[in-house]
Design a protein around this ligand. Structure first.
Ligand SMILES: C[S@@+](CC[C@H](N)C(=O)[O-])C[C@H]1O[C@@H](n2cnc3c(N)ncnc32)[C@H](O)[C@@H]1O
Length: 313
């Protein structure tokens, strides 16, 4: 059981001591980068804040890992950098960043969900990462006291009402010449990819769009990255679109789709989109697989768009 500091303690001064207790490995001055942030527990997160969701995030991170690695390298994350990872969740992006920046660099992961950061910290300790630490805070109101070489985030701007405003705020403490790099899903594009030949998949994508829209998330955040960067006063970003895709009889994507819908089930029922019987979650992965095999059509997970730019000097 870690010794836990209150969120108010996570600012300067006391925070360094608090982190020494909590994370054990953290002693660098980068623990001093926040003046405490205003926690806003009303921040929406469509997928819910459950253990099952934390597990799903970790599985999801595996499926998108290669894509994210290529992206971070393209964006220019290198040894020795000090990086802010926004919306860290269970920590997967922060861990990849920690690997890339090496022992001379450091990573600060921030998430509005304080509980999930306990998992991120446990995972960091278990993997022996000494250059990454996590702080609870809302990306919209972080008060950064330190400067960073890069600000990174995956699947987080889609949950923030004004992504451009948040990007603008987050990049105030990015050094001139620093990197801004975000990876976001585009559910609207996913809908366009779903064929009538795979009606179950198509129905799920449609439901997913409805639910995310109803909870206020940006279903087209991938494409929206361009606008967010430009409106934040950043240079036009370099963009890339990728998605894990598979159509073979054995593909982990079917299970991942089912895990997503298992966690969305409460909202599916709340919004009266479908009943639990109709969704039949226990057989969903197998039905998706059977449909793809019969149609001989590859199935894609939701596509991600990446955007990166360098802040003007
Ligand atoms: C889909 S998860 C992505 C986690 C991680 N970036 C990854 O790709 O594995 C989105 C995370 O963003 C966090 N989040 C949502 N709104 C936030 C905000 N305003 N400030 C900080 N974190 C936020 C959620 O709590 C959640 O953990």
């Amino acid at each position: 059981m870690p010794i836990v500091a209150s969120d108010e303690d996570l600012g300067c001064g006391v925070a360094e001591h608090a982190f020494t207790l909590r994370v054990v490995t953290i002693t660098t001055p980068s623990t001093r980068c926040y003046k405490g942030s205003n926690m806003n527990n009303n921040a929406q997160y469509t997928m819910g804040r459950t253990e099952a969701e934390t597990k799903r995030l970790i599985q999801n991170a595996r499926l998108y890992d290669e894509m994210t690695r290529r992206f971070l390298q393209r964006a220019g994350i290198t040894k020795g950098m000090k990086v802010l990872d926004v919306g860290s969740g269970a920590g997967d992006v922060a861990f990849t960043l920690a690997e890339y920046v090496g022992p001379d660099g450091s990573v600060v992961g921030v998430d509005v969900n304080a509980e999930i950061l306990d998992t991120a910290r446990d995972r960091a300790n278990a993997s022996g990462f000494k250059n990454v630490h996590f702080i609870a805070g809302d990306a919209r109101s972080l008060e950064l006291l330190d400067t960073f070489d890069a600000v990174v985030g995956r699947l987080v701007l889609m949950y923030i009402p004004d992504p451009a405003d948040t990007l603008k705020q987050l990049t105030t403490r990015l050094r001139p010449g620093g990197i801004v790099a975000f990876q976001e899903v585009d559910l609207a594009l996913h809908k366009a990819l779903a064929s009538p030949e795979t009606p179950l998949l198509r129905k799920l994508v449609d439901w997913e769009c409805t639910i995310f829209k109803r909870t206020g998330a940006h279903i087209d955040m991938g494409i929206g990255l361009y606008r967010a960067f430009v409106e934040a006063g950043l240079p036009e970003p370099t963009l890339n679109l990728e998605t894990p895709i598979g159509g073979a009889a054995v593909w982990p994507g079917y299970q991942q789709r089912a895990a997503t819908f298992r966690n969305l089930l409460p909202l599916i029922e709340k919004y009266e989109i479908a009943t639990a019987e109709e969704l039949d979650i226990e057989t969903l992965a197998e039905r998706l697989r059977a449909e793809a095999v019969v149609a001989k059509r590859p199935v894609s997970l939701p596509p991600h768009i990446t955007a990166h730019a360098v802040k003007g000097r």
